[in-house]
Design a protein around this ligand. Structure first.
Ligand SMILES: Cc1cc2nc3c(=O)[nH]c(=O)nc-3n(C[C@H](O)[C@H](O)[C@H](O)COP(=O)(O)OP(=O)(O)OC[C@H]3O[C@@H](n4cnc5c(N)ncnc54)[C@H](O)[C@@H]3O)c2cc1C
Length: 462
């Protein structure tokens, strides 16, 4: 509980209208987009919405003095429960820090406040002919601060990498309110430890990101979309793998299995061809039409070697948007099939992708569960989604055992628990298995050094 006296102090910093404690407001900041109904959703005692770094710093100083838990929050699109305030305290929302502070065209860099939406940053850069590639499927809602905190990926990661590949520097407020600036516009920088990397992906457990310096690149001049249909998921995965091996790097290569295709067809009231067991949607980009035509020709040759059932090249922007709508529609389409959905986010070495996809099918059979598979085939990041009804007797236990098997398979091929969604609450029980004792101990030492009172996002990762 936060006393009335402390609330008054915080209201003095951010204004009464930005320090909310009604039941409804607290409820509104108690959940995120993790599909786990059994999470003990906790309401914060106070929702605080600062507008400046100075305000964040002052609020943190108060929280530090009184050892109040603080859970940072962007747009709450997180999939692992990261912005759920497990121990109450303050939900610190960055939603009012929405300014693009500087767009430095000469250096191709942009400073943005943490609450800027990913798509707004993309559009602001695009207007200047610049390209910010990380494109999480949630980019219409997610914030840059949340992307940094989770080291978010996206469809274009296969060619362009993930958020961390673009973060040049950060402004971070530490647990005691100290404002720290890391990195900068110098491309090469080995002065001291790489604190920018340390905070990127730290899930709000080490500091509050208030501003982000991102590098951007020239916008590709031409883009094209291809849709490849295969009879089996195995054939589709093998085709993407062979493309990469032969030096063909698509900007994005997204795979979806039969179940996802059927769910999207049902959702869109269209027919699914039962001969099709997998679909790959590919984005290619380049300097001109010839470059795209050459890539298309070479990709078609590889796809034919792998028994492609249908190879389609989008002829217009509208057709391209339609093909991508299938991929973007998966999440909501499969979520509507059964009452509960547990979405995982494993990441495996590229060459293990087809094998892991096969083993997921075996796990589904073993535990009598439906597991829909889609993901970023180009970079080995798979999203197996367990669709279930947790109100059925025994179902919850079966789901847990299936998740354990899934992680065992992932780790056995040299993969990792999360490619982009982070650990949060949902993967916490498995982190020791993935990192080993020395890994967990080292992470613990970093946490202790930066957050000695343990007030930053308590209960996450650990
Ligand atoms: C439909 C859908 C599709 C998605 N697709 C993708 C995808 O393709 N790729 C991908 O990587 N993710 C994806 N996600 C997950 C999610 O969108 C990302 O993790 C995103 O980065 C979260 O941003 P957010 O602003 O919503 O952060 P939140 O969910 O609010 O917070 C996420 C975590 O970051 C911390 N945090 C937030 N802001 C800050 C800050 N300023 N300083 C410190 N810590 C902070 C929070 O405490 C929490 O631990 C998807 C989610 C949905 C719902």
């Amino acid at each position: 509980m936060i006393s009335e006296e402390i609330k008054k102090k915080i209201r003095g910093i951010v204004g009464a209208e930005n320090a909310l404690d009604s039941d409804l407001d607290r409820f509104g900041y108690s959940y995120d987009a993790s599909f786990v109904p059994l999470l003990p959703a906790k309401k914060p005692d106070l929702v605080v919405r600062p507008a400046t770094t100075e305000e964040v710093s002052k609020v943190m100083a108060v929280a530090y003095e009184h050892a109040i838990p603080v859970t940072p929050r962007g747009a709450a699109t997180g999939r692992t429960g990261g912005s759920i305030p497990l121990q109450g305290g303050i939900s610190l929302s960055l939603e009012r820090m929405m300014k693009i502070v500087e767009l430095d065209v000469n250096n191709m860099m942009v400073w943005a406040e943490a609450g800027v939406r990913t798509i707004d940053l993309y559009n602001a850069c695009a207007a200047k002919g610049l390209f910010y590639p990380p494109d999480p499927a949630s980019w219409k809602f997610s914030t840059i601060g949340g992307n940094v905190a989770e080291n978010a990926g996206g469809m274009r990661a296969v060619k362009y990498g993930v958020t961390s590949n673009y973060v040049m520097g950060l402004e971070v407020v530490l647990s005691d309110g100290t404002v720290l600036q890391t990195g900068g516009k110098a491309i090469k920088n080995v002065t001291g430890y790489n604190l920018t990397s340390l905070f990127t992906g730290s899930e709000g457990t080490l500091g509050i990101v208030t501003k982000v310096l991102l590098r951007v690149i020239p916008m590709p001049k031409k883009r094209g979309t291809l849709q490849l249909m295969f009879r089996t998921l195995d054939d589709g995965c093998t085709a993407v793998h062979r493309m990469l091996q032969s030096g063909l790097v698509p900007a994005a290569a997204e795979v979806m299995d039969r179940f996802c295709l059927e769910a999207v067809a049902k959702h869109r009231k269209t027919q699914h061809d039962p001969a099709i067991g997998a679909c790959i949607v590919i984005e290619i980009d380049g300097e001109d039409d010839e470059a795209l035509a050459l890539q298309t020709k070479r990709m078609e040759a590889v796809a034919k070697e792998c028994g492609v059932y249908e190879f389609r090249v989008a002829q217009s922007q509208q057709e391209s948007d339609e093909l991508w709508a299938i991929r973007r529609g998966i999440s909501s389409a499969i979520a509507s099939i059964l009452p509960n959905r547990l979405g995982e986010d494993i990441s495996v070495p590229r060459d293990a992708f087809p094998e892991v996809v096969r083993r997921i099918a075996t796990i589904a059979e073993k535990h009598k569960l439906t597991i829909a598979v889609y993901g970023h085939a180009g970079d080995g990041n798979i999203h197996p989604s367990i669709l279930c009804d947790l109100s059925k007797p025994g179902e919850e236990e079966r789901v847990h055992r299936a998740v354990e098997d899934l992680f065992d398979v992932t780790l056995s091929v040299g993969g990792t628990l999360s490619g982009e969604h982070g650990i949060g609450i949902t993967k916490r029980p498995y982190i020791a298995k993935a990192l080993g004792e020395s890994g967990v101990k080292t992470l613990g030492a970093v946490k202790q050094a930066l957050d000695p009172k343990g007030i930053l996002n308590p209960g996450k990762i650990w």
